[in-house]
Each structure stands twice: as C-alpha cells, then as structure tokens.
Design a protein around this ligand. Structure first.
Ligand code: NAD
Ligand code: WQD
Length: 342
C-alpha cells in the first residue's frame, strides 16, 4: 500500500492520523523533531494498531536533511504536513520564530518534491476567515487579515501552495481548514499534550477538572450569541484524522477540481463556551468550577463551518458528537495522570 510521509506525526492531530492511515491500509512514515511532542507516542500508536510506525527525528527547517530524506524514500507518494508551531499568543510575542519554522519547513518540503509528482495535504485553519460576515462560513468566503503571526502563516502558506500547484504539474495539493479540534482516541492511549498552561478551552477544562488548574475563566459572556459566550465548531480529532485519509484518497484518484483545493473540516454546528462546559459536566458527571471573565483579545465572536463541500467531494462527514469529544478528552486526561508519557 502507498507510503505517506506524515510530518509532525507524533503530535496531537498527526498521531491520530497515523492511526487512521494504518487502519486504512497505508504505511505512514513520520518525520518529527519532537519539539512539541513525545517519542513515547510511537509505542502508544503500536498499542492501538499493532504496528510501530517508521520514525525519523529531524528538523524540517534543515534543507539538506529534507532533501536527503526525500531522495532516500522514493516510494513515498503522499505527504500530510502537520509540522508547525501553533500557539497563537506566543506567535504575537515571537513572530520570527513562527515565520521561520512554519515557512522554512513548508518550502523545504515543496522544493524537495520539485522533480517528481506528489500528493500533498496541508493543515490550515478556520482562523483564515477571521470573523466571517456570513455563517456557516463556506470555502469561498473572503480570507480576512490575520489577527496573529500564526494565522498569517496559514494564510500565506495557502497562497504559497496554490501558486506552487499552478506553476508545476508535479503537485496535487489540498488544504484542510480545521475548525476547533478536540478530544482524544477512544483507547485513551493518545491525545493532546499541551505544554504549560493550556490556552485552548478543552485541555483547560480537563486539567481544571483533574485538579491541575484552578477554575476555568469563560472569556466573555457579552457576545451577541444565544447565551453571550463565544461559539465555535468543535470537531473530534478522530473525525479530523479521517478527513486526511479522505483527502489522500481524493488526490490519488485525481481531484476533478484541479491541482489546488480547499475544504472546511468541522461538524457544521456551533457550540458556545458555556454549552461545552455543560456538555463536559453532563457526560462525565464531574462538576466544573468556572467564572466569567473579560473577552480574550483577538477572539472572534462566533464561527462554524459549512461542510457540504467536504461531504460531497471528499465523501467525509464528522460522526462524533460533543459528548464523545468530552468523554474522550476526559478519559485521556485521567489516563495521563497514571501513565505520564516517556
Ligand atoms: P502539535 O504541536 O501537537 O503537532 C505538531 C508537530 O510538529 C509536533 O509533534 C512538533 O514536534 C512537530 N514539529 C514542529 N516543527 C517541526 C519541525 N521544524 N520539524 C519537524 N517537526 C516539527 O500540533 P497539532 O495540534 O497536532 O497541529 C498540527 C497542525 O495542525 C499544525 O500545522 C497546526 O497549525 C494545525 N492546526 C491545529 C489546530 C489545533 O487547534 N490543534 C487547528 C488548526 C490547525
Ligand atoms: C475556544 C473558545 C475562547 C480558553 C484556536 C486558534 C485557532 C485554531 C484553534 C490553530 C474561545 C474560549 C478558551 C479558556 C475560554 N488553532 N476560552 N476560556 O481561540 O477558537 O482557536 O485554536 O489553528 O487558530 O486561535 O480556540 O480553544 O482557545 O477557544 O473561555 O480558558 O473558548 O475565548 O471562545 P480558538 P480555543
């Protein structure tokens, strides 16, 4: 079966995608420099699927290393490029760190595949839409000026990819615009491993519930939404992982839309912060401590995706609901308490 390079494959979304690729009969090969992940993830994947994925530890910003890897692995037919820095707040403090890592890794990969055909799937984000004028937001909505250097790396990367695909017949590219990935594998053997204080809602909720953090602060209850708290389209990471398998399949078959395409990957539904808190409490039976605080700067009020294009053309649809997202995130947090990854 085809070999697929998964950059960032020991990370949160990458590790779940490696599992789904193996399940679908692909042979994923991971490249990751472990800057934001743990090598113990490889053994966890093996516990789930029975197969330890091939792993290469190097920095994708190292142009010579990328070239060497691509030359030595001529049987790789597809790339799923997850590797990037992703902390929005840190990107405002250290923009060059983000521009350097997220662009050099992407450009080195694209350059290394200049001479041969490659299927390429890129991790983009609904952050490219900012606050959309119309909801649910479709792929044809305008891209708004990014609020952060991180968001800007996704917008510019999409432009780099579309221009690269237009300039050469060798690249067939899909950008997947993820909404808010949450949850963990049902086995509780892999999940998100936030470093330090989690900036994202669901890891903060699970860490607060287990006693690692204090009360949750709801960032704003005065938005123009049904309960006043901000609304997002939360997507289970396993559904998201399966969308990558669907994208690789479409590229293998030949995408009738051409050599560059974009898909929204969400559930098509929005949930408010207060609804997420309630869903966690109802699903797990654990009471949360929370308080209302001011809005967080840079946050949009509400966003959820129109996923009809993905359903129609990728043949993919999210199947897991908010209760399953909360249950799996909580099981993972509890697992980690007893089994710190090493
Ligand atoms: P993650 O940090 O868990 O995974 C990224 C992986 O890439 C890590 O294992 C890290 O060690 C590796 N990496 C980073 N720079 C590297 C380099 N130069 N060379 C080799 N390896 C490198 O993040 P994630 O949540 O799994 O996100 C994966 C991708 O999806 C990222 O591109 C992110 O921007 C994008 N994305 C994430 C979210 C989200 O909320 N998690 C939402 C939208 C888009
Ligand atoms: C969700 C909601 C917060 C923490 C970010 C990136 C985006 C994408 C996904 C990568 C918001 C609220 C949060 C807390 C809260 N990542 N919240 N208390 O901001 O929608 O998206 O991750 O591409 O680019 O910006 O996700 O999980 O941080 O927040 O009230 O302690 O929860 O204000 O409304 P966000 P999030």
């Amino acid at each position: 079966m085809s070999k697929i390079l998964v950059t960032g494959g020991t990370g949160y979304i990458g590790s779940h995608t490696v599992v789904e690729l193996q399940r679908a009969g692909y042979t994923p090969v991971i490249v990751d420099n472990l800057v934001n992940s743990n090598v113990g993830v490889l053994a966890q994947i093996e516990k789930i699927t029975g197969v330890r994925p091939e792993f290469h530890d190097f920095d994708l910003c190292d142009e010579a290393a990328v070239k060497r890897f691509v030359a030595d692995n001529a049987d790789i037919t597809g790339v799923i490029h997850f590797a990037a820095y992703k902390a929005v707040g840190e990107s405002v403090q250290q923009p060059l760190k983000y521009y350097h890592n997220n662009f050099f890794s992407l450009i080195n990969l694209l350059n290394a595949y200049r001479e041969r055909p490659i299927d390429f799937v890129f991790s983009s984000s609904c952050t490219v839409y900012g606050q959309p004028d119309e909801l649910p937001v479709t792929e044809s909505a305008p891209v708004k000026k990014a609020e952060s250097p991180y968001g800007n790396t996704k917008q510019i990367a999409e432009e780099i990819l579309s221009e690269t695909a237009a300039a050469s017949n060798n690249y067939n590219i899909i950008s997947l615009r993820y909404f808010n990935p949450v949850g963990a594998h049902e086995s509780a053997l892999i999940g998100e491993l936030p470093l330090g204080v989690p900036q994202n809602l669901v890891p903060f909720i699970t860490q607060s519930a287990i006693g690692k953090r204090g009360p949750i602060t709801v960032f704003g209850d005065d938005y123009d939404t049904p309960d006043g708290s901000a609304v997002r389209d939360y997507i289970h990471v396993v559904d998201l992982a399966k969308a990558h398998v669907a994208a690789i399949r479409l590229l293998e078959k030949g995408n009738p839309n051409g050599s560059y395409d974009v898909f929204n990957i969400g559930t098509g539904r929005g949930n408010s912060v207060l609804e997420v808190i309630k869903a966690f409490e109802e699903t797990t039976g654990v009471k949360l401590n929370y308080q209302i605080g001011p809005r967080r700067s840079g946050d949009v009020e509400q966003v959820w995706g129109d996923v009809s294009k993905s359903t129609r053309e990728l043949g993919w649809k999210a199947e897991l609901d908010i209760a399953e997202m909360m249950r799996s995130a909580w099981n993972w947090e509890q697992y980690l308490e007893d089994h710190p990854l090493s």
